[in-house]
Design a protein around this ligand. Sequence first.
Ligand SMILES: *Cc1c(COP(=O)(O)O)cnc(C)c1O
Length: 361
Amino acid sequence: MARVYNFSAGPAILPEEVLQEAAAEMMDYQGSGQSVMEMSHRSKVYDNIIKEAEADLRELMNIPDNYKVLFLQGGASQFFAEVPMNMMKNKKAAYIVTGQWAKKAYQEAQMYGEAVKVASSEDKTFSYIPDCSDLDIPEDADYVYICENNTIYGTKFKELPNTKGKVLVSDVSSCFLSEPVDVTKYGVIYGGVQKNIGPAGVVIAIIREDLITEDVLPGTPTMLKWKVQADNDSLYNTPPCYTIYMCGKVFKWLKKMGGLSAMKEHNEKKAKILYDFLDESAMFKGTVEKKDRSLMNVPFVTGDADLDAKFVKEAEAAGFVNLKGHRSVGGMRASIYNAMPIEGVEKLVEFMRNFEKENTK
Ligand SMILES: *Cc1c(COP(=O)(O)O)cnc(C)c1O
């Protein structure tokens, strides 16, 4: 079995243990005589799978009882529309634009009401998180929106913005379950699972109950009404059954690993190895403000596009794949999600060190 070190931003690396378990259960899930791919989503056996997944997630994140957990489809991108559709009672919201995903959410919201850009880091190609301690949040804003970890640029909010009492909505796609969070500080936490949790196909949304109402914008499709999804425990229609099952396995793996505090420690250790090297290297450089560095996505450049391309190519040949930066920014990006072992980062750094030696005159 030749497995590579996969630094993809998403769909991304999954724990090997989880993949092996899924393989072992492929033909016969726990004596049911069926694969999870084949079973009715209304069956008792599947009901246990989705209920257990939710219970394990609640335990991991310490989710209070007054928050609903929804397993939805459409990706994080569809959720950009769901947020205003379900939350824009005053037709106004504040957006903090710290990258492409936040910008897309901001643009999407403009179709439904007044989206006010209250802060942005676009002036320096999203290489930092702006000071959000005293923003000009409109009095009648329905919510304040952030993208907590900027997958493409590699920055993360280390401190949540001062929302001046407004509800906080956060896209955590690329930092989901990477460290403990205080759920009570948010109205809505959501993310696509294909970055740090499971295969593509599911968005997990954790929504405070009072924000789930019948009062949505006219024309909101039934499937996009949070109330409908919540009343039906994410089973209004056929859910992405297999992806939810895989997410459930990852939740169990995380519990076994010691939960989110242990994950945070593990992730800090991993990221430090790479960042320390970038800080000492004469060839490779990190691209964002040190204080805002993400633990999950680490972009870097040599400053020479040809050398970048050579690096990506040679790295791939050596078994380090998907290191090319996002098509909008170039350079390199190493995504080092929960499932990336420390050894993967150590070996990458060793490879970078050798590459630097060989390519320095
Ligand atoms: C990948 C990503 C998205 C888009 O996710 P899709 O599921 O492909 O729509 C949105 N936000 C963030 C932070 C992401 O990393």
